[in-house]
Design a protein around this ligand. Structure first.
Ligand SMILES: N[C@@H](CCC(=O)N[C@@H](CS)C(=O)NCC(=O)O)C(=O)O
Length: 305
């Protein structure tokens, strides 16, 4: 079964997964989704999750790059994206760079580009946070403040490649590399390129070039209609054995899961499986039939319905 990525070009989190697909040398279906709401085909597939990227394998739908990476390592184990010997450090670096550094870069680069991007993007992202649309002056002021964060964070980030080895932790690129790569890649995602922030760090730039050379594997342009038809024709996989965790609702309970910190619709359905990392929610839809949507536990809130 060919995996299908639902994404758009300037999404850094999508770039993380595109590079993971390249690392595994995969051929994959590429569905371009809108960068702002409405996203009718994407939310039909996910049951409400609107973020990007989303990976679809038949009638199984994986939301969030961390959940996607875990599935890709099950789907095609070699070369791995995660190394058990470094798993804790990978998790720590991923959380660190996708926290402070990511938001510093996102707010700086998008503020610098306040007038080069579609104004609908600013309106949509403010609404996603439950805020009023910002003025260009406000975006610029936020950008200036966030440049301070970026400047303060980069020396420690550059320390990650100070050892002189080609990849952050191991013999090959891993989760930590993909997380840092897409975060710094975002500096160059818009028309006004902000990558000169990396000029004081030649080793970081050289590592970025090695990451870029991984490429994206073989994307095959696919329409949303084709992807939804593939989901409708497929049967979701059998959920992996569930760990014992009395903090979780019983299997079969109706639940709703939503990413923390955003104003979005939840994904609702029956809890059919979970492990320490992810939950599996079974859904039934007149158009798609049975699907299973997979989401991480960390960074998401699950409530019983
Ligand atoms: N934790 C999520 C973050 C995904 C995320 O924030 N994606 C951005 C695009 S890079 C997004 O969805 N923005 C709002 C949108 O596109 O609707 C992940 O790892 O996938």
């Amino acid at each position: 079964m060919t995996p299908i990525l639902h994404h758009y070009d300037f999404s850094p989190y999508a770039e993380k997964v595109r590079t993971m697909l390249g690392h595994k040398g995969l051929r994959w279906g590429s569905v371009t989704v809108p960068s702002v709401m409405p996203k009718p085909d994407l939310v039909a597939l996910t049951g409400g999750y609107r973020h990007v990227p989303v990976l679809q394998i038949g009638a199984d739908v994986y939301c969030d790059t961390r959940c996607i990476a875990r599935e890709l390592d099950r789907f095609v184990p070699a070369p791995p994206l995660s190394d058990p010997a470094h798993a804790t450090l990978e998790t720590a670096i991923e959380a660190w760079v996708e926290g402070e550094l990511f938001w510093g870069i996102a707010r700086w680069a998008s503020g610098v580009n306040a007038e080069t991007v579609d104004a609908a993007l600013h309106v949509d992202r403010a609404r996603l946070r439950g805020k009023a649309p910002p003025s260009v002056e406000r975006l610029r002021a936020v950008a200036r403040r966030n440049l301070r964060t970026v400047r303060a964070a980069l020396p420690a980030v550059a320390g990650l490649v100070a050892h002189g080895r080609p990849w952050l932790l191991g013999e090959r690129p891993g989760r930590a590399d993909f997380a840092l790569y897409h975060t710094l890649w975002f500096l160059s995602a818009f028309r006004i390129d902000c990558a000169s922030a990396l000029d004081p760090y030649p080793a970081l730039r050289a590592w970025m070039a090695r990451m870029a050379a991984i490429g994206h594997g073989t994307p095959v342009t696919t329409t949303a209609v084709e992807a939804l038809a593939i989901a409708a024709a497929a049967t979701p996989g059998v959920p992996a054995p569930t760990v014992i965790d009395d903090a979780m609702p019983a299997l079969g309970t109706r639940v709703a899961v939503r990413p923390d910190g955003y104003v979005t619709d939840p994904v609702e359905g029956l809890l059919v499986g979970y492990d320490t990392d992810d939950v599996a929610i079974a859904r039934h839809d007149a158009r798609l039939g049975d699907t299973v949507v997979h989401l991480p536990r960390l960074g998401y809130t699950l409530v019983e319905r």
